[in-house]
Design a protein around this ligand. Structure first.
Ligand code: PXL
Length: 289
């Protein structure tokens, strides 16, 4: 008998602990640094059973300054993935561990936004974490204005937790962000607009020795700060931060606890980042180990 057969017999499904579940609705980023790949690796690292429903495929173009080549997934195929996931793990599935936590990453088009909004409206998720990916590298701000407007109108109101970066926080709040005070004002404004807990990321975009993020949920305001690791943004940092928030919420953390844990997870992942032939490094989700 092989050891594989022995091991699988020894640990039956009923004996294994049932992990918390989390779904990411996101794009594939082919090199594995960002998008659904970063989300799944983060979920796994944090002990959560990860599910990915893909909205698009992004392939960087090394012949064109590593800009994004964006290919949307067919709308019916997006709806099919969400149908399969809900039937397997949704509230009416009879699954022992119910899927009540979802992360939303790159959607990329008004059509996809409508498809996802319809699926979310039909499923009662407790935690809806929105990483409001507004533009892709290679797109000019404003280029995808119809997508930005659809995200704000159809998805933002469904979110319970939002993680805008510097650019997205300016776009969502309408405020110019130059320092912790203006980042805080933006977080407050985005909370007022959405009702969600907000983790607004200053990252390397604000001057000073620390990477500063602001958390605000309507009651608690907390500035999360960690020493900057270099001055250049790392691929997958935003995705992994929101994914870590998602995983912690799925395990039962409060939004503030989830924000604190996620910041620590991402800081360790950036310290242990992975270099490649691309002109940017990727966060390593195994960093905290
Ligand atoms: O980091 C934002 C992001 C999200 N999702 C996908 C991406 C990127 C950036 O490259 O490709 C699929």
């Amino acid at each position: 008998m092989t050891s594989t057969a022995f091991d699988s017999a020894a640990l039956s499904a009923s004996e294994a602990a049932t992990p918390a579940l989390a779904l990411t609705i996101a794009g594939s980023e082919a090199t594995g640094g960002a998008g659904a790949q970063a989300d799944l690796k983060t979920f796994q690292e944090l002990g959560v059973f990860g599910i990915a429903n893909l909205t698009c495929i992004v392939s960087f173009d090394p012949q064109d300054n590593w800009n994004h080549r964006f290919v949307p997934i067919d709308q019916q195929v997006i709806a099919d993935q969400l149908e399969a996931t809900t039937a397997a793990y949704g509230a009416a599935s009879g699954a022992p561990s119910v899927l009540d936590t979802v992360k939303i990453g790159m959607l990329g088009s008004p059509a996809t936004i409508s498809t996802v909004a319809a699926a979310l409206a039909g499923a009662a998720f407790t935690n809806v974490v929105l990483d409001p990916v507004l533009i892709c590298k290679g797109q000019e701000p404003g280029h995808a204005l119809d997508t930005d407007l659809a995200l704000k109108a159809e998805i933002l109101p469904l979110a319970t937790f939002v993680t805008p970066n510097h650019f997205e926080a300016e776009s969502l709040s309408g405020l110019h962000i130059t320092d912790v005070e203006s980042l805080t004002a933006a977080a407050v404004r985005i909370h007022e607009l959405s009702g969600a807990a907000v983790l607004a990321k200053g990252g390397v975009r604000l001057a000073g020795p620390d990477a500063v993020d602001v958390y605000y949920d309507g009651e608690t305001l907390e500035v999360l700060s960690a020493p900057k690791v270099g001055e250049v943004a790392v691929s997958g940092a935003g995705c992994s931060l929101a994914a870590a928030v998602t995983a912690e919420l799925a395990k039962g953390a409060t939004p503030l606890e989830a924000a604190r844990s996620a910041k620590a997870f991402v800081t360790a992942g950036i310290r242990n980042r992975v270099a490649s032939g691309a002109p940017f490094d990727a966060l390593w989700q195994g960093g905290p180990r």
